[in-house]
Every structure is written in C-alpha cells, then in structure tokens.
Design a protein around this ligand. Sequence first.
Ligand code: SF4
Ligand code: SF4
Length: 244
Amino acid sequence: MTCLPAHTEKKLGLVIDLDTCVGCQACVTACKEWNTGGHMAPLTDIDPYGGHVDGVWFNRVHTYEHMTEMGGRTVNFPRSCLHCEQPACVTVCPTGASYKRASDGIVLVDEDKCIGCKLCSWACPYGAREFDTDVGVMKKCTLCVDRIYNDNLAEEDRVPACVAACPTSARHFGDLGDPASAISQLVEARGGVELMPELGYKPTNRYLPPRARTERAARVDAPALEPIRAEGGFLGWIDRMLSN
Ligand code: SF4
Ligand code: SF4
C-alpha cells in the first residue's frame, strides 16, 4: 500500500479536444520517440515489422464511428494516463514504486522499486499502464517531466512531446488546479469532461466533447473545382504536367 499526498500544489495535466483530433497518430509517435530516448528509455518494441506487433506505447489513439441524427461521424480518442487525484494504481502498489508527486500531481513509477507485479495495471480502469516485458517493470506517461522542467529547452518547447507534435492543436497542457490558467478556462468554455467520473479516480485530464454538426455543415457539398488546364501561367503548366 502506497500513500497519496494530502493535496498537490498543482494539477498538471492534458486537455484533449475530441472535436479537432484527426487521429493522425503524430502524438503517439512523438511520445514514443521522445520517451525511447529520454527519461523512460528504452521503450520496448516487439516484432515491429511482423504480424504480431506489440510493445510499450504511453499514448494510443482509438477511432470510433458514432451515429448521429446527421449521419455517421468519426471520433478519434487519444488515451494516456490521466494523472488521477485518487489513483488506485498508486495506493495498490506494494513497494512504493508508483507515486503521485505533491508538487505538481504527476503520477510516476520508480523503476528501481518496481517488482513487476502488475497490480497497478489491474487497478487502472483507463488501461494507461504499460508493462515493459524486456526489463520487467511497469511504465507509463510521465507528462514528459524531462521536457516540462528542462531549462535546456526553449520555453515554448517545455510542453509534453504529444502537445508539441499535434498538428491540429487538439492537445493542451497546463495547471488544471488553477481556475485562471488558460487550460482551465478552455475547459470551462468548452464544457470539458472527466473520463468515467463515476469510478471516483478523479482524473486530472479533461476531454473537450465534439461539437454538434450544424445541419448546414452536414448538407453543403464541396464546391465543384473549375478546370484550370486551359489557363496559362504557372498553375496551368502544373495542371497540364500532372494530367499527362
Ligand atoms: S489513469 Fe490509470 S495509471 Fe494514470 S493515474 Fe489514473 S489510475 Fe493511475
Ligand atoms: S496529434 Fe493531435 S490530431 Fe493527431 S492523433 Fe494526436 S491529438 Fe489527434
């Protein structure tokens, strides 16, 4: 049994916008790339080019088809540790390897204390724990502790790798314990939600729900493109070349 801090000074976490995530996996690969060479290295790959690909990924994106009155809609759902306020993954740990930091609320694993019993992965309802079979220890998202406090990086780069990589700015990082922070105000403005609050883990991360499609947006066809082959100039030349 491992104790939790009575309170944390900050609640650092992520806000993920399900309206603008396009499921490109940039956050997934940026996470793997940064952590493979950084704080949690190495992150094992098993049969990476074969038929039974497996390994350690701290961030995974799942894609669902959701039916609405306007028709089908694709929802991309990135999933990683939510740095819960009441994480049973920590309290269940028999060695103190899993812990929650009082300073910023980040949940981490001390590999030197981990005995690989996997109790934490059973306790996490979000599937956010990743067991590394090569080294026999549990690993997970660190919220890029080796980036966000890294004085060697430019200030704008001191965000988790997934946030820096997202091409649609669907990922946001900050202190969700400060109601005045930009990230808290974003949650307020967009009605951000906790994932499975009924479980009582009090996840720090929030998800911004997809905005409803308007009837107009659902029905307006894309405008027909005018042929430009007959045009002169550079565009006409490119169009003729590509059409050959
Ligand atoms: S999401 Fe899972 S691994 Fe992360 S703090 Fe919550 S219970 Fe623990
Ligand atoms: S990088 Fe951004 S848009 Fe791409 S899958 Fe991740 S959250 Fe979604």
